[in-house]
Design a binder for this molecule. Structure first.
Ligand code: AMP
Length: 115
């Protein structure tokens, strides 16, 4: 897909509104528009990466920054009972936005396996 048409690139560029929770040099965290749990935050790289399938060793520093943001989001939301981190990759997993994102979900008990 064309990066210019990427929904999350537009959120990064602030061309599209979002409820931002946290922002670092390379990472943005904002609330999911259709929350699946009391806390549902998406954590994305500002750089366009289509999915986790595109990640390589060159993204190690970026991934550390993303996981740091995820931990801060969970702590900031008071998710003391735990939380779930999810990234969907491709059609079978139901990936609907082709810009890497981790879902940070919490605030309720969750079942396993997911649907
Ligand atoms: P996935 O299905 O794993 O690709 O996740 C994409 C997520 O993006 C879904 O949970 C959507 O609810 C969410 N989403 C789509 N558009 C927006 C938007 N404009 N602002 C915030 N979240 C969005």
């Amino acid at each position: 897909m064309n990066v210019a048409d990427c929904l999350f690139c537009k959120i990064v560029a602030k061309e599209l509104g979002s409820e931002i929770v946290m922002e670092t040099d390379n990472v943005l965290a904002f609330r999911d528009i259709n929350p699946g749990a009391p806390t549902h935050v998406l954590v994305i790289p500002k750089e366009h990466i289509a999915s986790a399938q595109e990640l390589g060793s060159e993204h190690g520093t970026l991934l550390a920054e993303m996981f740091g943001v995820m931990a801060d989001v969970a702590a900031g939301a008071g998710l003391d009972g735990g939380h779930r981190l999810v990234t969907n990759v491709g059609p079978d997993a139901g990936q609907s936005v082709h810009h890497l994102h981790f879902h940070v979900l919490g605030g309720r008990a969750m079942s396993w396996p997911p649907g």
